[in-house]
Design a protein around this ligand. Sequence first.
Ligand code: ADP
Ligand code: NI
Length: 225
Amino acid sequence: MPTHHDLITRTQRYVREELYADSSGHDWWHVYRVWSVAKKLAEIEGANSTIVELAALLHDISDYKLNGNNDTAATEISRQWLTSLGADPAVVNSVCNIIGSMGFKRETNNSTLEAVIVFDADRLDAIGAIGIARVFAFGGFKGDPIYEPSVAPVNYDNRDAYIRRSSSSINHFYEKLLHLKDSMHTATARRVAEHRHEVLVKYLEEFLAEWGGSDVFGKRGVIAE
Ligand code: ADP
Ligand code: NI
């Protein structure tokens, strides 16, 4: 049976090779950040670190928005990979269950501690300064405009509408990113999310001020006085 170290090192190498060239926001460095944060959360929360680290490393090995509607692909790829390494079948099942339950609004109330840690780490990477970089990178990848003031943000409440949606990157803040802080499961992630949320709010304020020119002409206008 491979050791924890073998499993993690080999999986890390495999995922890095698979995702290195991605420019949709699911690149290796996204996975790296989710892995690092999840590892830390696992330590703090006393979760099984092998399961958490493997699920974090493999969670974006395939994605429904990139591979059509095939959200079982990541689970299958992960199962094959971990089985080929000779991992404990119980570990393989736990990791694959986590990966299978990821994605927008697919969580159940009986998720394990290991699962919620990976969800939290993934969501933390969608907010804060990095989240801002990723939203415009993904929007550009989809061909969306930065902002389209004539299109109001929509409150999507089902997954199909979410996949079909076409909007602007700024609307994505209102449609998804500003809700993420309230969906954190662990106390530690919630605390980090509060700060990253404030970064989003501040950024939107500045963005909209510049858009309307109120930083130039308005009360705070730098050339007004
Ligand atoms: P993950 O798979 O990492 O949980 P998603 O696949 O939902 O997250 O999104 C990946 C990244 O792309 C996130 O940073 C998210 O904010 C961004 N993103 C997702 N959908 C859109 C969209 N319609 N417009 C702009 N950015 C998006
Ligand atoms: Ni992800």
